[in-house]
Unconditional design. Structure first.
Length: 126
């Protein structure tokens, strides 16, 4: 009904989110003080529901992606997501490659991780 008002509110919210993200990227806490250290990031993260990850699940490093079970891959995905940060599938794949200790992101590795992401999401909805 009030299209112009709604568009204006959406643009304002977007601009505020971009400014907030820029402050976080530059190391400023949500209060606007420039601390420039780990504590300032924690203060900013706390205000938007982000928190530090716990320790990595006790899943051994293996030489091939086929040696990992879907359960193990799902536990690693859950651990990566445990900090509350929103990620694209590509970002999750990249972090999984690092977490698994692989030096390259091959076709088989990426396909297995993407299957695990899909399974993880399906399990999370239950």
């Amino acid at each position: 009904m009030r299209k112009d008002e709604e568009v204006g509110r959406a643009l304002k919210a977007f601009e505020e989110a971009v400014q907030f993200a820029d402050k976080l990227d530059s190391g400023m806490a949500a209060s606007g003080k420039n601390g420039g250290g780990e504590n300032s990031h924690c203060a900013g993260n706390a205000s938007i529901g982000l928190h530090a990850r716990g320790s990595r699940p006790a899943i051994p490093y293996r030489t091939a992606i086929a040696q990992y079970s879907m359960d193990e891959l799902g536990r690693l995905i859950g651990w990566i997501n445990s900090d509350g940060q929103l990620r694209t599938d590509d970002q999750i794949v990249s972090e999984m490659v690092d977490a698994l200790g692989f030096s390259r992101r091959g076709v088989r590795i990426e396909a297995a991780i993407r299957r695990a992401i899909t399974a993880y999401r399906a399990e999370s909805k239950k």
